[in-house]
Design a protein around this ligand. Structure first.
Ligand SMILES: NC(=O)c1ccc[n+]([C@@H]2O[C@H](COP(=O)([O-])OP(=O)(O)OC[C@H]3O[C@@H](n4cnc5c(N)ncnc54)[C@H](OP(=O)(O)O)[C@@H]3O)[C@@H](O)[C@H]2O)c1
Length: 266
């Protein structure tokens, strides 16, 4: 098999679907995973027709333990190994920590933290052996600013992905494995429909803060090719990330208290 394979999680919508198209446009075969098989099949067909690459669809619920093994097992049954991994699947869990059920938080951690780490851990040895690899962990601007009230573990999970990516970035460098944490701000996708915050977020967030999923994925692709540890797409988001770094922590936290309803939904 000549072409490299990119595995994209959360490929049935938004940023993940955009990443799948970008990797295909650069000659990668695609392995698409998410829960909605019909969406994945439609995208797989579109990509096959437009780019002439091979597409594999593996439906999986990343909240279920063992999902990473099932996905990678299905790919190795086709004789394929993963050259590029985009850990993109994700969602928001509204409410304060006390208001939510532990089962929901545990499933959230499984999707947002455990599954990306497990997938990376399982594809890395092959990447190191072949001396080529690309890993994009789709984090968020929320991982670069202080925590906000509500959506409690969202910022924490994304901050974890940022730190994880930085370490992997350093570890991967000598072996030709590029690792990037992509930290988008507000992005047009299904994200805010799924968590039920669309109306509120649209009303409170100016249009210039939003980027398209294609722009975000293009920035992520470019960053991982250039082997940049962190990529914040868009000038306003870069400015927010820079300010959060420069001001004292208690000022930043006070800002989050006033802007929290906005930033906890990124
Ligand atoms: N949109 C934003 O403003 C924004 C900003 C910063 C960061 N992000 C991050 O960007 C990533 C992609 O989000 P998006 O904006 O593209 O949202 P989206 O359009 O809602 O797409 C989310 C994707 O994740 C998949 N997914 C969700 N739960 C899953 C599960 N249990 N198992 C497997 N797949 C699951 C969904 O597929 P199925 O429903 O078919 O399973 C879908 O393909 C997320 O990690 C999000 O946190 C988004």
């Amino acid at each position: 098999m000549d072409r490299r394979l990119a595995l994209v999680t959360g490929a049935s919508a938004g940023i993940g679907a955009a990443f799948a198209k970008i990797f295909a446009s650069h000659g990668y075969d695609l392995a698409l995973t998410a829960r909605r098989t019909d969406r994945l099949e439609t995208l797989a067909e579109e990509i096959r027709l437009r780019h002439g690459v091979e597409t594999l669809v593996v439906a999986a619920d990343l909240a279920k333990a063992g999902a990473a093994d099932r996905i990678l097992g299905a790919l190795s049954a086709e004789g394929r190994s993963v050259d590029a991994l985009v850990n993109n699947a994700g969602y928001g869990l509204p409410g304060t920590f006390a208001e939510t059920k532990w089962e929901d938080q545990a499933a959230f951690l499984q999707v947002m933290v455990t599954a990306p780490c497990e997938l990376a851990h399982k594809v890395l040895p092959g990447m190191v052996e072949r001396r080529f690899g690309r890993i994009v962990n789709v984090a968020s601007l929320a991982g670069l600013v202080p925590g906000a009230a509500g959506h409690t573990l969202y910022g924490a999970s994304k901050a974890m992905l940022v730190r994880f990516s930085q370490s992997l970035h350093l570890e991967g460098e000598p072996s030709g494995v590029h690792v990037t944490a992509l930290c988008p701000g507000f992005t047009y996708s299904e994200f805010h429909d799924v968590n039920g915050t669309r109306a509120q977020v649209s009303a409170s967030t100016p249009p210039w803060l939003w980027l398209g999923a294609d722009e975000v994925a293009a920035a992520g692709y470019e960053a991982v090719e250039a082997n940049r540890a962190i990529c914040v797409p868009g000038a306003p988001n870069k400015a927010i990330a820079a300010v959060a770094k420069l001001i004292p922590d208690d000022w930043a936290l006070a800002l989050m208290a006033s802007q929290g309803p906005r930033f906890r939904k990124v």
